[in-house]
Design a protein around this ligand. Sequence first.
Ligand SMILES: Cc1cc2nc3c(=O)[nH]c(=O)nc-3n(C[C@H](O)[C@H](O)[C@H](O)COP(=O)(O)OP(=O)(O)OC[C@H]3O[C@@H](n4cnc5c(N)ncnc54)[C@H](O)[C@@H]3O)c2cc1C
Length: 393
Amino acid sequence: MDPLFTVTADQRAILDAVARFVEKEVKPRAAALDAQTDPAAGFSWEIVEKAHEAGLRTMTLGPKWGGLGADSLTTAMVVEELAKGDIGVSVIFAQTLKIAQVMEKALSAEQQARVLPRFAADPRGMLAIGITEPDTASNYFLPHPAPFRTSARKVDGGWVLNGMKHFISNGNRASFYLLFAQTEPGRPLAEGATCFLMERGQPGFTIGRVHDKMGERLANNAELVFQDCFVPDADVVGEPGHGFELLGRFFPQSNAYAAATILGVACALNAKAVEWARVRVQGGRPLIEHDGIRAELAEMRMLIDASRAYLHRAAWLADHPAEGWDATLGVLPKAMASQAAWQIATWTMEIHGGHGYMKEFGVEKLVRDAAAFLHSDGVNRTLFLKAANFLFR
Ligand SMILES: Cc1cc2nc3c(=O)[nH]c(=O)nc-3n(C[C@H](O)[C@H](O)[C@H](O)COP(=O)(O)OP(=O)(O)OC[C@H]3O[C@@H](n4cnc5c(N)ncnc54)[C@H](O)[C@@H]3O)c2cc1C
C-alpha cells in the first residue's frame, strides 16, 4: 500500500486520541483564551499538561527517550488534527514536536543525554527556534549575503552572545532553544552563523515583549534578548560557522508541518461553511441547494484535498529522501495550503453573510487565524522566490 494514500491502523489510533484531546481539552477553552487582551494570557499550561499526560508532547522522540518515535507524515496528520481545534495549540506543539525531532538528530550524544531526559520528564517542556531578527527575516530564507545582527564572540571556553530575536513561537514558554547567531563577522549569514543550544533563564538571556497578534492567540510569540550571555563550547550544535547547514539538513519537514497547521484551520472553516449552508434558508431553500454555494463548497474540498496530498508527500519524502525528495517540497506546500485556507476563509465568511462578521458565530476567529501562515515559516512570496532559486539556479 502506498503510505501517501492510506492511514494505517496505528496512525488512526493516534489521530482518534488527538481528536478526543481536541474535543475535551482544546475546543472548550479556545474562544475564551482567544479573547484575552493580554497577549501572553492566550497560552494555556493546562492544555500543555493534558497533552503531556496523553503522550502527545513527546511523540516524535524515540522510545529511548520515552517517545513514540512518530515519523513526519504521522506528525503532520496530528498537527492538522490539533489545528481543527485551534491553530495556536497546533503551533505550540508543531514547534515542540519538530524541534525534538531535530534535537535527536543534530545534538551530540552528550548534549542529548543532558537535555532530552529533562525535556521528556517536564510536563511543561516546550521548545523554540530563534532565527528571525528585526532586520533579518526573508534574508535568511533566500538567503541574502547580509550577516545576522545577533552575534557570538569567541572567548575562553565558550562564546558571548549579544543581540535579539523576535516573533519567536514559544519564545517566552520554551525550556530549551535552538538559537542562530553570527560567529564570523563580515561573512554572509549562510556561511558564518552558528547554532547554539540555549536554556531559558541562563544569565544574560531574557525574554522581551510578547507580541500582540491578530490571530493564533493561543500561541505566544516573543522577543529573545541576549546581553553578554555566556554560552559554553559544549552548547554549540554541530560545527561553529556551519549553523545554516543544520537548517538545510534537519528541517526538511518543517514546511509540511506549517502546511498541516493551516490546513486544519481550512478544515474547521469548511466544516462551518457546510453546516451553515445546510441550516440557513434563503430563496425558499437551504443555501446548500443553491448551485453557486454548492460549487463553492466543492471547490473548497478540492483545495483541501490537494493541499493535504501535497504536504503528505513532502512529509513522507522528508523521511525517505532517496525516494524522490526535491527541495521545492521544503518550501511550497505551506504556500499552497495557506493560500487555500485564506480563500476558504473569505468564502466561508461570504456564505455566512452578515453572520460571518459577527463574533458570536465563530467564523471571525477562524478568519484571523487563517491569515497567520501567509507569513509564518516564511512569507509566501519569499518561499516562491526560494523555490524559483532551486528550480532555475
Ligand atoms: C506568527 C509567526 C510566528 C513565527 N515564528 C517564528 C519562529 O518561531 N522562529 C523564527 O525564527 N521566526 C518566526 N517567525 C518569522 C517568520 O518566519 C518570517 O520570517 C517573518 O515573519 C518575515 O517577517 P518580516 O515582516 O520581517 O518580512 P520581510 O522579510 O521584511 O518581508 C516583507 C515583504 O517583502 C518581501 N521580500 C523580502 N525580501 C524580498 C526579496 N529579496 N525580493 C522580493 N520580495 C522580498 C516578502 O516576501 C514580504 O512580502 C514567525 C512569524 C510569525 C508571523
